[in-house]
Write a protein that binds this ligand. Sequence first.
Ligand SMILES: [Mn+2]
Length: 402
Amino acid sequence: MLIAHLADTHIGAIQYGLLEREEDFYSAFRKAIDKAIEEHVRLVLISGDVVDKPRLGGKPLRVLYHELKKLRDRGIDVVVILGEHDFKRVRGEEPILYLFADQGLVKVIGIGDRLYIKRNVDGYELLVAGVSKHRRNEIKHLLKKLQQLQSVSSNYSGKSVLMLHQGLKEVNPHAGEISVDNLPKNFNYYALGHYHVMNVGIRVGDRGIAAYPGSTEVLRVDELVKEVVLGTRKALTAEKGFLIVDLSGDEPIIHRVGIDVRPQFRIELDLKLFELKNILNTLANALAKLSIKPVLHIKFRGKIENTKQLDTLLSATVGKYVLTYRWEMEDSESISEHCTVPKDYFDMDKELHSIIVKELGSEELARLALDILEIVRSSTQEHQKVHELAELIDRKLLGDVK
Ligand SMILES: [Mn+2]
């Protein structure tokens, strides 16, 4: 009995505001669905963050419709749970996936009392249980539901799968929300979502295995974790795909299925302008050999004042061989050091504060806006920024008591 396990497909994501990066997400999804059909899976699970935002335009909706319909036309069921991107906590607002559920294209579980479905797949009795995303301050509710599911599955004689969209502390201690110990022990397979890097083979109990297929496309630079050589330099890239799980035997057997996505590279370079041009030219030669224009992320060690010159150099060398390049400097606090204007003459922060208070009409919101601004403007890495922003919003808007 073969099952395809996908997660974090983030349909509708538009990275860097580029049309190509919107299409890339559709193409990765299409490839995954086609591959799943080719491999004769009988069921497709998508463990949350199916879509990138709760409100989608016509294009992403049509892509979803066409791909899901391909599966339905072949009698392949699709079961999904909701990730934090699939729904907004606004009263009365419904997840877009309900539209596809109404059309019989997906089964949404893990919301309200609907925590599982039972199916006969290839002559096997199968229980598919799931709980949609719970935030840090809702973990108590999640654990209660997991307990409920533990008793459902212990009274079940067939094979069982549990779908969750949560971070395991064992995989990432900083981003983790629950630990393996919190999982009910008697499922055969734990189809997880939320972490965007593939992670296969986390043991649960005696015979259970938990796995993250990772996202089908690259959303953040911290997903580039595989070492490669680019030209003559070490670089990091991403591997994307999904999992095909065989539940026929005693223990699940997991096959990784790779999806070719647009290459992305992350490199670190010393900021020595006199040799930078040569280095970038060598890099450009390596990039020119790729059949698809990659996304290049450069982290410069050191700092310079004239970033315009650096930008010109980048666009003249690697510019035409990449879809886009993004760069950051390791240390970029130099600008304010050379400020000779006395502080009380014009205080930018004070000025900004009063403008925002006036605009938002609330001291509290203004402070939140300024906190957000500070994180966004900081020189820290992109993934760290996102992490800090998520923490801040959790804390301020959802009253996280961590
Ligand atoms: Mn996600």
